[in-house]
Design a protein around this ligand. Sequence first.
Ligand code: NAD
Length: 265
Amino acid sequence: MTSKRFQGRSVCVTGAARGLGAAIARSFAEAGAQVHIADVLDEEAAQLAAELRSEGLAAMAHHLDVSDESHWRQLVTTLNARDGGLDILVNNAGIIIRKSLAQTSKAEWDRAMSINVAGVFLGMQHCRPLLAAKAPSAIVNISSTAGIIAHGDPSYTASKWAVRGLTKSAALELSADGIRVNSVHPAMIATPLTFAAPKGHMEANRAVIPMGRESSPDEIANIVLFLASSEASFMTGSEVTADGGLTTGGIAHARARLQAAFADE
Ligand code: NAD
């Protein structure tokens, strides 16, 4: 990406120290934005910011636990002082608890909800005045295919459906402020979160994704940049799947292959 379509824009990406968030932050920086890398992983966030600056790009790291309201207050104060506001917020930080309904404790449920859902809610609420001051501006919330269909882990699935609903509700309210709000729903992405999954997870996912593969973080970052750009100026409250066809026909895809296997028996 050589175009500087985000020159002069201030962008905050949560959970940007690694994985998808890091790819989103890099893409915005390469497109000319001043990027704010907000994460609980201070060392990795500082390292990425330094790497981007060494390439002549504009980046700064911030300590942010998205579930802690006092951290959002501090970040908003810093962003206001530093860039005079914020043009784009990407609520990307998220965790997954790969446990069934029977296995998930109340504490694990609360943790998933506080990071994946309350983190997005607090981000939109606290950044709203800054984004409104820079309107037209945009929020992009990272949900998942787990926010469109069911995954086996109920806390993750419920949290990602909540992000989808929260996005639509916020889109209604924030349109009066000139802030567009959209959600992105990826299937499996090649990130540390995926690499940490149990053995067989990646292979099984590839078998039900019609395109037969995971996405790269950059493929999802491209969609985030599009939604944040003026090219998506009439899109708000939209849910954009980027899943290699999984939610369109993962079942039909798997069934066709199973049917062929049974027919060969
Ligand atoms: P990852 O674990 O590789 O990175 C997540 C980042 O979020 C890390 O840097 C982590 O430190 C940060 N983070 C976690 N808790 C935080 C908190 N409380 N406050 C601030 N930062 C916090 O995961 P990823 O795959 O890059 O996931 C990014 C987003 O994409 C998540 O919302 C995830 O649910 C979503 N997603 C991932 C996949 C996938 O297959 N990897 C698929 C669909 C959606």
